[in-house]
Every structure is written in C-alpha cells, then in structure tokens.
Design a protein around this ligand. Structure first.
Ligand SMILES: [Zn+2]
Length: 140
C-alpha cells in the first residue's frame, strides 16, 4: 500500500525551515487536523508567508480543494492543507528539547537598539532586560 502524502517524511532541504519555525508549528498548527490558510492567518500577514513557504517546501500538503460560499450566490475554491506528521514530530522535538533562555519559553532573541531583548518568535515578541544575570520582562 502506498503511503499517503501526509506520511511522507519532510525532505532534507526543508528540515531547516521546520526547525526555524518550530514555535509557529507547535503554537499555531497543532490544534488543526486540517486547515485552509485563512483558518490560521489573515491575508498579508507574516503567518501567510510562512504557510506559503511550507507549501513550497512540502511541509504542508494539499489534501483537496473545497468549494465555499462567498455570498450573493457565488462560490470560490480553496485548498485544504495538512501538516506532515514528520514536521510535527520534528517541531515538537525542537521545542521540548531545547534549553529556553527566555522566560516566555522560546529561544532566540534580538537585541533592540536601545537596550531590551525581543523574543525572536514573531508570535510572541515579548521584551526582556537583563537584571542580575536573568531576563526580566519589560512591562510598558
Ligand atoms: Zn517568546
């Protein structure tokens, strides 16, 4: 029996994209067994860019096309997607086994020009300062 698309492992050249976006996968995609892009992200948002990249790199696979109502008796079509099981496993592994350096649970930050550190994950972006060797959240 042939494997379904969803069961085919993530290609080697796509693995870095999964690892770089592990937080996005775990926080945004795990609650949906299948989805269309607007379930996850508004048109034009950074999340859409990630979904398009996932599609190009076969990290999410298109299951079927769905017809839907756009009002006034008109219809349009959209693709229904599913995250590859392998991508989910990899992302969960990254998130569970890393050593988070920020109190928000993510790792990786960028240093803002005038001092604070901002969490690198765009879905979070909380800011921290160092105090006595620890990160303390900056509350505005
Ligand atoms: Zn964070």
């Amino acid at each position: 029996m042939s494997k379904s698309q969803e069961q085919i492992p993530v290609e080697k050249t796509s693995q870095k994209t999964v690892i770089d976006n592990a937080d996005f996968i775990v926080e945004e995609l795990t609650e949906f067994d299948e989805f269309h892009f607007s379930t996850i992200a508004e048109e034009g948002s950074w999340k859409r860019e990630i979904l398009r990249k996932f599609a190009r790199k076969n990290i999410i696979v298109s299951l079927r096309t769905e017809k839907y109502d756009i009002g006034n008796g008109n219809h349009a079509y959209r693709k229904i997607w599913q995250l590859k099981a392998d991508a989910l496993r990899m992302a969960e592994d990254v998130v569970e086994n890393r050593n988070p350096i920020l109190p928000c649970g993510h790792s990786g930050f960028r240093n803002l020009r005038d001092g604070p550190f901002e969490c690198h994950y765009r879905g979070c972006s909380r800011q921290f300062e160092r105090a006595d060797g620890e990160f303390v959240e900056v509350i505005e």
